[in-house]
Design a protein around this ligand. Sequence first.
Ligand code: ZN
Length: 192
Amino acid sequence: MRLEIVQVGEAVLRQAGKTLSPAEIVAPECQQLIELMRETMRNAPGVGLAAPQIGLSLQLAVIEDTGESEITERAPVPFHVIANPRLELGPEIVEFYEGCLSVEGFQALVPRSRSVRVHALNHKGEPVVIDASGWYARILQHEIDHLGGTLYIDRMRSRTFSTARNFARHWAGVPIPEVLARLETPETKSAT
Ligand code: ZN
């Protein structure tokens, strides 16, 4: 069974989710929810899914990435759960394209920290510390944003916002500095 993924414009995507106690996380209802979120994420397909994206205002997200890429420092990440996460951002910023299952059919360049540390609870309600870099760090930042009511469109370089079709037509494979040189105005370039 897959759950419906809500789209931008739904208020739940703009609310901070409610925190979960360890007892709530290990309860059968929450374990079942995690399974449904896993199936929904895989079917989408996506590399992460946050509870607000299925209409539930909770501090809960699932992550799994099977992809690999040297350009985006992407390596496989096994399935796991984060609840009530707290994020520490590393100082180095990297830019890459991002999309969202709740902003269907679009993408944009989003500056994010290259590395992060996350304090969270896992699927057993146990505290964990995750040190991540590269694409995994980007996934974590994107999903944790969802739990606070923030979407990538709040952080994107808005002039790089594109339909997926136009991205494939015009921008796939173009180096990021060239994309910025062609799309950004002189004012925005000097401001970064
Ligand atoms: Zn998203």
